[in-house]
Design a protein around this ligand. Structure first.
Ligand SMILES: C[S@@+](CC[C@H](N)C(=O)[O-])C[C@H]1O[C@@H](n2cnc3c(N)ncnc32)[C@H](O)[C@@H]1O
Length: 203
């Protein structure tokens, strides 16, 4: 009998990708768009934040370094382990959570001022995007914000499954005011012209 491969979007499949390493999506540093945001005059004030599909934790650590109380969620054990090691090495107040993001409710409902998204939306089955929008809306306090780097590439298949600014608007507008949704100008070279930064406020 041959062992079956796990479904490509399962936690086992993501864990296998981490173990095969180095992960091709891992920048090794925070997303440039988040650096720009936190250096800007409109930077969000340090408060509670949840990072969805946090991976090895570069964005989560970055927000924690800037004073945010960060909960970082990923269902791949190797990702959580790497994230924990980074947080401990820097003595940062970061809570790692090895969970499926779609199992966070009702436990974490309404607990966060910010939700942070960077290549998680493109990693889930596109059929789950409406559920993802509901999830983020329910994790946030009223007036809370999603800070997102969306992967707006147009190649077929995935992961990463591409999206468009129009799809983001159409999916999120029922629950969110779109404060900003603009092309990222300082993406890494391989993602130039394929990212949008979104700041979306829960209605
Ligand atoms: C493309 S990686 C991005 C990781 C990280 N955000 C980064 O930019 O390096 C997608 C991550 O989402 C995680 N993931 C995918 N679906 C998930 C789910 N349903 N619940 C929790 N984590 C999930 C994967 O384990 C993986 O670490």
């Amino acid at each position: 009998m041959t062992a079956q491969s796990p479904s490509p979007l399962s936690s086992d499949a993501w864990e296998e990708r981490y173990q095969a390493g180095p992960p091709r999506w891992d920048l090794g540093h925070p997303a440039p768009a988040f650096k720009t945001l936190l250096e800007s005059a409109d930077a969000p004030k340090p408060s509670s934040a949840i990072v969805l599909g946090a991976g090895r934790g570069h964005d989560a650590v970055f927000f924690a370094q800037h004073g945010f109380a960060v909960t970082a969620v990923d269902f791949a054990p190797s990702a959580i382990q790497a994230l924990e090691e980074q947080a401990q090495a820097q003595d940062l107040p970061l809570k790692p959570l090895q969970r499926d993001i779609f199992g966070l409710l009702p436990e974490y409902a309404g607990q966060f001022d910010y939700a942070i998204e960077h290549t998680c939306f493109c990693a889930i089955d596109p059929a789950l995007r409406p559920a993802y929008v509901e999830l983020v809306a329910n994790l946030l306090v009223p007036g809370g914000e999603l800070l997102a780097v969306f992967f707006t590439h147009s190649r077929s298949g995935g992961p990463p499954f591409g999206t468009t600014a129009a799809e983001v608007r159409q999916l999120f507008e029922p629950h969110f005011e779109i404060v900003t949704l603009e092309p990222v100008t300082n993406s890494i070279p391989s993602r130039q012209g394929e990212e949008h930064f979104g700041r979306l406020r829960k209605r």
